[in-house]
Design a protein around this ligand. Structure first.
Ligand code: AMP
Length: 461
């Protein structure tokens, strides 16, 4: 059961110098009192100071940076993008946009998310019309910057969200490239759950005399979470998870180490009548969005995810996070566990640990500074021997070989068909045959000659 913990020391939202229309939005959302990061971050940000904030997912950091920025924007004329939020993933960008729309519902402010995997057209429109706030992932933003319409000369506010995650994902060079396109005079709010060396260095480059919040606190999962470890043989993890789902855990965000394992686990659960979906890097944006929406609405009881795809998932009433595999890096554990118990709700985080993973678990326990309790399920048969989720190596090789043979056979048939069409084609040059060549030949008129009407940056389908 989820409940809000009391925020005893905090002042009310009305205490901050925020626009009354935003306070109305905050009230509609049911936020009674600011979270600690909001209490610390909002006043200096309202005063125009740069911020360097150590805050993890679930701390309420999104409202902490949105509220002061939106409050400043309300009084300004529309039609010029004055704020940019940089985030590591599409999901996080979409989530921040959703939060912004909810907070700003009583204001005239507008915003757009700019990320890959979807058409450029609507995003180009957002740039051209000068939405107040753009929330972007770095790669797609740089794609737009190649075009003349994407100028952010009027930018006054920049937020870097989950900077450490950007580092993990190799985005630091992209961030530096983005910075070259932005005005130097601006207010910058810098958020990171942890402060590894390269992030501290980047913050020094980007910030002017910042107010530092929470920086000395060691990263640890949000409070209010029940954490426990379930020791189990690797091959018994799937049945154990099934047993957990039959018990006190009715819905859960389940993390696996690889996309392959996410697929297999989802299939295993689906075959046993669990309403399940999966979200990982090989799935299209449309599939990810549908999976997330279905999980939020309760249509799917289980969402199986790999770490990166799930960044930024905010399911307000999410009670359970299950690590099907022990995260290799302690920071990943903290990030994932932060996904439950968001903004001081309570929840649980369970980790399935095989004997081979005990070493990684000990690293996590060292990082969070406590030993996690070990739990066994009384009725579960820990001695049974079901098939592992992993496909045996030899079988995988055989499958790959069969697929390659099939592809070669298809290529042979296509080549023969093309040759036959060429032989049948009348007149010199066989132009007709070229038109009939099908997918590999491509339809006529799609060449890159002059007059095709596309700009080099225009990737619209
Ligand atoms: P994040 O901003 O990602 O750290 O997550 C914040 C989560 O907590 C979201 O679900 C917010 O809707 C919620 N939240 C943010 N601020 C508050 C608050 N002051 N009181 C209650 N819930 C909040």
């Amino acid at each position: 059961m989820l409940r809000l913990l009391d925020n005893k020391d905090s002042v009310p939202f009305s205490h901050f110098k925020l626009h009354p229309d935003l306070l109305k939005g905050v009230k509609d959302l049911g936020f009674v009192k600011p979270t600690p990061i909001q209490t610390d971050a909002i006043p200096p940000a309202v005063e125009g100071r740069d911020l360097l904030a150590c805050a993890m997912t679930g701390s309420g950091k999104t409202a902490a940076f949105l509220l002061p920025i939106l409050s400043a924007l309300i009084a300004k004329p529309r039609g010029m993008t004055r704020a940019l939020v940089l985030t590591p993933t599409r999901e996080l960008a979409a989530q921040i946009l959703e939060d912004l729309n909810a907070i700003a519902v009583h204001t005239p402010l507008n915003a757009a998310a700019v990320f890959g995997g979807v058409g450029m057209g609507p995003q180009e429109h957002a740039f051209r019309s000068g939405v107040d706030v753009i929330i972007a992932t770095p790669g797609r933003l740089l794609d737009h910057f190649r075009a003349p319409y994407a100028r952010l000369n009027g930018l006054e506010f920049l937020v870097l969200d989950e900077a450490d995650r950007m580092l993990d994902m190799g985005f630091l060079p992209d961030i530096r490239r983005v910075l070259r396109h932005l005005p130097k005079r601006r207010q910058t709010l810098f958020f990171s759950a942890t402060m590894p060396g390269p992030i501290a260095e980047l913050s020094r480059e980007m910030l002017h005399n910042p107010v530092t919040i929470n920086i000395e606190r060691r990263s640890a999962p949000a409070t209010g979470i029940t954490q426990a470890v379930y020791p189990v043989a690797q091959a018994l993890k799937a049945p154990l998870l099934l047993a957990m789902l039959g018990g006190e855990v009715s819905d859960a965000l389940v993390f696996t180490r690889t996309k392959h394992r996410a697929d297999r686990l989802a299939r295993y659960l689906g075959e046993r009548k669990v309403a399940v979906e999966r979200i990982h890097g090989n799935r299209s944006q449309a599939q990810r969005t549908a999976a997330l929406a279905g999980f939020k609405s309760g249509r799917y009881k289980v969402l199986v995810a790999t770490d990166i795809a799930a960044r930024g998932i905010d399911v307000t009433a999410l009670g359970h996070v299950i690590n099907f595999d022990v995260p290799g890096v302690a920071e990943d554990y903290i990030h994932r566990v932060g996904r439950t118990a968001r903004a001081e709700l309570t929840g649980s985080a369970f980790t399935l640990v095989s004997p081979e993973e005990e070493g990684s678990l000990r690293d996590i326990e060292r990082a969070i500074g406590k030993r996690l309790p070990r739990v066994t399920i009384p009725d579960f048969d820990y001695e049974s021997r079901p098939a592992s989720l992993e496909v045996p190596h030899a079988q995988r090789i055989a499958e790959i070989r069969a697929r390659k043979a099939e592809e070669r056979q298809r290529a042979r048939v296509n080549a023969e068909r093309r040759a036959a069409a060429l032989r049948r084609a009348p007149g010199p040059g066989g132009r007709q045959a070229g038109q009939a060549a099908g997918p590999s030949g491509g339809p006529p008129g799609q060449g890159r000659g002059p007059g095709h009407g596309r700009k080099p940056w225009d990737r619209r389908k």
